[in-house]
Design a binder for this molecule. Structure first.
Ligand SMILES: [Zn+2]
Ligand SMILES: [Zn+2]
Length: 356
C-alpha cells in the first residue's frame, strides 16, 4: 500500500484485480472531464453486498476494476458549461450529488420506451473495467468521472452521507419494486430478507401506510433491527407464516423461500422478485393459484432514474424516523480499504463506509 505523498494532480484509487487478494491502492492522474462529463470528489462510499461477493469470488466481475457504487460526491469540475440533473436543475461546482447506478445511452429502443435501466449498452458504476484510460467509475477512489448522460441528482446537505450513500442502490431499488404494486396503503406486506434492501423496504412500506409488515430473516440480530424499521413481525422462515399478504417483496433471491411464500399471496396481491440476480434453482408455481387469485408475479432489476428522486425524498423525510445512519457500523479511510473489507466480511454489519 502506498502512503507516499501524492503529486497534486494525482489521486488515489483502490483497484480490484482478482478474488481473495487485497485491493491495490494506486495513484492515478485526476481525470479531466470532457464534453458532458462531470468530475466528482468522493465524500463517502458504502460497501455493498455485491462488492463483497465480487471480492470473495462468489460473483464474477470484469477486471481490473474500481469497485464501489453507493457513492456521494461533490462536483469538482464539469466538461460543459451547463449540465442538468434529472430534475432539470443546473449542476454547479461544489454541489453535493448522488446518481443512478446505471449509465444509459438515452437513444436506444429501450431508453426510448422508458426502460433506461435495461439500455442496450447499459454500464454500471463500480462494475466496469478500469484500463487506466476509461472506467474511472468506481467509488473506492478519491475521484470519479461521470460519463455524459449519467442520471445525476443534486442533494441538499440536510441528510448524512451514512443515510444517503445507499440511496442509489438499495433505496432506489426498493422504490422501483414498490412501484410495481398498485397500492401499499392499508395492505399487509411480507418482506423476504432483512438486509439493507429488506430493512429499507420495511421503512418505505411503513411510511407508505402499510397495515402490517412481516419480515422473514434468519439472523436474530437483523430480526431485531427489523422492528426499528417499521416491521410488526419478524420470523425466521416461512413455516411460521399465517394468513395472506397483499404485497410480497423478495430481496433474498432464495428460490426455496420464494416458492414457499407465493401461496401466501392474497387475492389481487402482487409478488415482486428482486433478489434473484444469480443463477438459482427453478421454482414450482401453480398457475391455477395465480389465475384464481388474480396474483401478479413481477421481476424488478435496476431502476428508473425517477425512482432515485423518490428514494432521496424518502430518506430526506424519514432520516429521523428510522435509524438508517446506524446501519453503517463504522467508517474507514481509502488507505484502509482492505481492513474495511475484512471487517465487512467477518463482522457482517449491514454497511461499512469508506471515506477517502
Ligand atoms: Zn449496492
Ligand atoms: Zn439506451
Amino acid at each position: 500500500m502506498s502512503t507516499a505523498k501524492l503529486n497534486p494532480s494525482d489521486c488515489r484509487i483502490a483497484v480490484f484485480e482478482k478474488p481473495d487478494s487485497p485491493l491495490k491502492i494506486q495513484s492515478h492522474a485526476i481525470p479531466e472531464p470532457k464534453e458532458g462529463e462531470v468530475l466528482l470528489k468522493i465524500s463517502a462510499c458504502t460497501i455493498c453486498g455485491s462488492d463483497l461477493h465480487t471480492i470473495a469470488g462468489t460473483r464474477k466481475e470484469k477486471t481490473p476494476t474500481i469497485l464501489g457504487h453507493e457513492i456521494i460526491g461533490h462536483v469538482a469540475a464539469m466538461g460543459s458549461d451547463e449540465i442538468l440533473d434529472i430534475t432539470g436543475t443546473p449542476i454547479s461546482t461544489g454541489d453535493r450529488v448522488t446518481w443512478a447506478i446505471c449509465m444509459s445511452c438515452g437513444d436506444c429502443s429501450r431508453c426510448e420506451t422508458g426502460l433506461p435501466q435495461k439500455c442496450t449498452s447499459v454500464r454500471k458504476y463500480g462494475h466496469e473495467v478500469f484500463d487506466g484510460e476509461s472506467g474511472f467509475v468506481g467509488g473506492f477512489a478519491e475521484y470519479i468521472l461521470l460519463p455524459r448522460t449519467s442520471a445525476i441528482l443534486r442533494i441538499r446537505n440536510n441528510v448524512a452521507d451514512e443515510v444517503l450513500c445507499p440511496a442509489n442502490c438499495a433505496t432506489a431499488t426498493v422504490v422501483a419494486a414498490c412501484r410495481q404494486v398498485q397500492t401499499i396503503n392499508d395492505r399487509d406486506v411480507l418482506i423476504i430478507g432483512g438486509g439493507m434492501l429488506g430493512l429499507t423496504a420495511a421503512a418505505y412500506t411503513k411510511s407508505t401506510g402499510a397495515r402490517n409488515i412481516t419480515v422473514i430473516e434468519p439472523t436474530e440480530q437483523r430480526r431485531q433491527l427489523c422492528f426499528q424499521f417499521g416491521a410488526d413481525k419478524a420470523v425466521t422462515d416461512s413455516s411460521s407464516l399465517d394468513g395472506k399478504y397483499d404485497v410480497i417483496l423478495d430481496f433474498s433471491g432464495v428460490s426455496q423461500a420464494i416458492e414457499k411464500c407465493i401461496p401466501h399471496t392474497a387475492i389481487g396481491g402482487s409478488v415482486v422478485l428482486v433478489g434473484s440476480v444469480t443463477p438459482s434453482p427453478g421454482i414450482s408455481v401453480d398457475p391455477e393459484f395465480l389465475v384464481r387469485n388474480l396474483v401478479r408475479l413481477v421481476g424488478v432489476h435496476n431502476y428508473h432514474p425517477k425512482d432515485l428522486i423518490t428514494a432521496v425524498e424518502f430518506l430526506s423525510l424519514h432520516a429521523d424516523n428510522f435509524p438508517f445512519g446506524q446501519l453503517v457500523a463504522c467508517s474507514f479511510s481509502l488507505q484502509e480499504i482492505n481492513e474495511a473489507v475484512k471487517y465487512a466480511l467477518e463482522q457482517k454489519p449491514v454497511r461499512v463506509m469508506v471515506k477517502p
